[in-house]
Design a protein. Structure first.
Ligand code: DHB
Ligand code: FE
Length: 297
């Protein structure tokens, strides 16, 4: 049986990818950000998954106003890093896992979630920046990512976007799907995007540390309550692009979701998830970077 053992949550700011590609990670501006991912890169080596389900959003790269799937699963054998205007990032192509992806599509659609099936897609910074942060610099030709990746795209760009509640429920359906796959696979699920940021309009540059950290506390300890956060709260408190955070609830929904008193660490250890790593940094470009690694108990 395949099993989801851990989840990773991280922002996906495109300038982070550019800083890595241009060799700027040790500059004063970037160093504190990359230091926060040192633990994570080692953790990835120590806890290498067989497959990553990577929940991300496409930023009008593979999709456009021509076609806007709310949820889309990549069933292809491989995906090319997209050209977002400055040429494709110099990173390895992303190998898929068509067998597990088509099994998830089948199971999740039968559980009443409508997924778009994607057999050809270029992947933008929403997917490649989290991989770079967690796996470090990679030569586009000589290296490869540590394991196959199933891209799972969510529309958080063009309204209407799905609620946190629906994303959380979808995560549960994905867990059920994975657990009904015959092969013994160690699966990780990643939720990406966020945290607070707004890229345009009168409130451009908005950052809300207090709200971000309270949301993280609740997402870890009481995901059921967190899932009920209304859409307007994300936009008001975390900025228009803060809505990317609903994608984190897909990954959280796929994990153990027993709620507990955040001050009762024994209960947390016994029943729910273990926080292997937590990091928060402001700013990276216009964004508050949040990062978590959760392991299932
Ligand atoms: C930035 C952040 C994003 O999530 C994104 O998709 C594009 C830009 C930024 O902070 O620059
Ligand atoms: Fe984004």
């Amino acid at each position: 049986m395949a099993k989801i053992t851990a989840s990773v949550f991280t922002s996906h700011v495109p300038a982070i990818g550019a800083a890595m590609d241009l060799g700027k990670t040790q500059e004063d501006y970037w160093k504190p950000l990359f230091t926060g991912y040192e633990y994570s890169k080692q953790w990835m080596k120590d806890n290498k998954p067989d497959v990553i389900i990577l929940v991300f959003n496409d930023h009008a790269t593979a999709f456009s106003l021509d076609m806007i799937p709310t949820f889309a699963i990549g069933t292809a054998a491989e995906y090319t890093p997209a050209d977002e205007g400055f040429g494709p990032r110099p990173v390895p192509k992303v190998m898929g896992h068509p067998d597990l992806a088509s099994h998830i599509a089948h199971s999740v659609i039968q559980q009443d979630f409508d997924l778009t099936i994607v057999n050809k897609m270029d992947v933008d910074h929403g997917l490649t920046v989290p991989l770079s942060l967690m796996c470090g610099e990679k030569d586009p030709v000589k290296d490869s990512w540590p394991c196959p990746v199933i891209p799972f795209a969510v529309n958080v760009v063009q309204y209407p976007v799905p609620s946190g509640q629906r994303c959380f429920n979808l995560g549960k359906a994905i867990r059920k799907a994975v657990e009904s796959f015959d092969e013994d696979l160690n699966v990780h699920i990643w939720g990406t995007g966020g945290m607070s940021h707004q890229l345009q309009g009168a409130r451009a540059g908005l950052i809300n540390r207090e709200w971000d950290n309270a949301w993280l506390d609740q997402m870890i300890a009481d995901p059921v309550a967190c899932a009920a956060t209304p859409h307007i709260d994300y936009v008001r408190e975390a900025g228009s692009e803060g809505i990317e955070l609903v994608m984190w609830l897909i990954a959280r929904g796929a994990m153990s979701d027993v709620s507990y008193d955040a001050t009762d660490l024994e209960a947390a250890r016994a029943h729910s998830v273990r926080v292997a790593h937590r990091f928060y940094h402001v700013p990276a470009s216009n964004t508050a970077v949040g990062h978590l690694i959760l392991e299932n108990n």
